[in-house]
Design a protein around this ligand. Structure first.
Ligand code: GLN
Length: 490
């Protein structure tokens, strides 16, 4: 029997289809590894062994029937154990969004993205750790403990989907879902050396995703490679009547291609190579761009002149939308309640005691930016600048297929390093925020390691609905390199 948790998703799927092992065995292997490692990593907030094994037994029946009856196509995902970031609702499992204010909340329904995976036969191992309400870049803002980076335990895994990224990197599951509002899939993918996809805004339904910044929120996924991500993307994507911003575009066929990138035009924006970035990151990304060139892609300079405005614009728009979205947590409708003298006191006590400091900071910022007399100066102005940032991308994609750049200025930083300085943490997001403001998709994947052995990530961005080009280029890169095959904690 091979070491099951070391397999790629596609190899695991091949093994299941061939009957080399069962989904129950695969699920046990993941559960055992979670048991062995997650007390230290803290990537899961909730593990569901019984329902996972139940789903695995069902998948085994489907796989057996398919083998017996000459395999009418079963999904690539049938019987594959995955994990779900704890901002997505799954019926029967608690959903906390990393916050005490949702402790004990059991959602009465399942997010569309998750439901589509379940319909395809995945096994859900449990829910993964996240910064509270997905606000953060390190998973340190979770109210339920800090997740550790499997490559170096004194480092953060990135955030806010740090639990999902760490779980995939440590081989606790074959893939995991995350959400990306300003980088929360791409940045932890880069820090943990796995492949992460941020989908186009509206490509995957937000129904059942606990809202943070509604005009920026997207559902994405982590796996070890682009090839492994493909079935997740095509299964989750597509219109959903339950989300009014879901795009009616058909789900594209993803052709991973044969590794030939001739005809592909890739732009390299000089605004993404800034002073003070870690030299190993710049070196790694520039080498990876040369690999794309050697595969036939044309590499060109491109200007995205409003890039440096993305940070102030995002940190107005996201908190403003969050302040509205988080108004519903009042101790009446969800989760625990703190008693007060009257209704207002009850709201204040509950929100005061159960929201963490970063969430409170953003609610205050956002409420201020939206208040009468300041709205035009802050939120209104930020929306205008957002349009300029989007126009940079529109202009660039008139002649380019992809943009290639770093995901982050540094590799994974230390736990506690940005401790009491939220602004320095916000600066970690400079290269990921623009894609959310423009609504375009992005892929992050490992392109090397720094001198201390921490993964370096590269980001590709495409025009809205341009996921097929992201898959094709990332897969071509991963066919001639092997960074994505390195394993943490082996
Ligand atoms: N780090 C960013 C923030 O704190 C992005 C988080 C995210 O994408 N959810 O808002």
């Amino acid at each position: 029997m091979p070491n099951l948790t070391a397999l790629s998703l596609l190899d695991a799927s091949d093994g299941l289809r061939a009957g080399d092992f069962s989904s129950v065995e695969l699920t046990h292997a993941c559960l055992d590894r979670i048991q062995a490692l997650d007390a230290v990593l803290c990537s899961f907030l909730f593990v569901a062994p019984e329902s996972a094994l139940e789903q695995a037994r069902h998948a085994d029946q489907v796989l057996r029937r398919a083998r017996r009856e000459g395999a009418p196509a079963v999904s690539r995902l049938t019987g594959i154990p995955v994990a779900i970031k704890d901002v997505l609702c799954v019926q029967g499992m608690p959903a906390t969004a990393g916050s005490r204010i949702l402790e004990g909340f059991l959602p009465p329904y399942t997010a569309t993205s998750v439901q589509r995976l379940l319909d395809a036969g995945v096994v859900i191992l449990g829910k993964t750790n996240t910064d509270e309400f997905a606000m953060g870049s390190s998973t340190e803002n979770s109210s339920y403990g800090v997740t550790h980076n499997p490559w170096r335990l004194d480092r953060v895994p990135g955030g806010s989907s740090g639990g999902s990224a760490a779980a995939v990197a440590a081989g606790l599951c074959f893939a995991a879902l995350g959400s990306d509002t300003g980088g929360s899939v791409r940045q932890p993918a880069a820090f943990c050396g796995v492949t992460g996809l941020k989908t186009s805004y509206g490509r995957v339904s937000r129904y059942g995703l606990i809202a943070y910044g509604s005009s920026l929120d997207t559902v994405g996924a982590f796996a070890r490679s682009a090839a492994d991500l493909q079935p997740l993307f095509t299964t989750m994507a597509g219109h959903d009547a339950l989300d009014s911003t879901s795009l009616p575009a058909p789900v594209p066929e993803i052709d991973l291609g044969r590794g030939d990138l001739r005809g592909l035009r890739v732009g390299v924006p000089r605004e993404y190579f800034i002073d003070g970035m870690q030299p190993a990151v710049e070196r790694g990304v520039r080498q990876a761009i040369e690999v794309l060139r050697s595969l036939g892609a044309t590499i060109e300079d491109v200007r995205l002149p409003h890039t440096d405005l993305a940070l102030p614009v995002y940190y107005l728009i996201a908190p403003a939308e969050a302040s509205a979205n988080l108004a519903r947590y009042d101790g009446v409708r969800f989760g625990p309640r703190r008693a007060g003298m009257d209704l207002l006191a009850q709201y204040l006590e509950t929100r005061g005691a159960l929201f963490g400091p970063e969430v409170k900071r953003r609610i205050m910022l956002g409420t201020y930016a939206l208040s009468a007399g300041y709205y035009d100066a802050y939120y209104g102005q930020a929306q205008k600048v957002r349009t300029l940032i989007k126009q940079d991308f529109d202009e660039a994609f008139r002649r380019l297929d992809l943009i290639a750049c770093p995901v982050t200025p540094t590799t994974a930083f230390g736990i506690g390093q940005h401790g009491d300085d939220p602004l320095s943490m916000y600066l970690e997001d400079v290269f990921t925020l623009p894609a959310n403001l423009a609504g375009v998709p992005g892929m992050a994947f490992p392109v090397g390691y720094d001198e201390t052995g921490l993964p370096i990530g590269m980001q590709l961005m495409a025009p809205s609905l341009g996921e097929p080009a992201l898959f094709r280029a990332t897969h071509a890169y991963q066919s001639v390199t092997a960074w994505q095959k390195e394993r943490a904690l082996r």
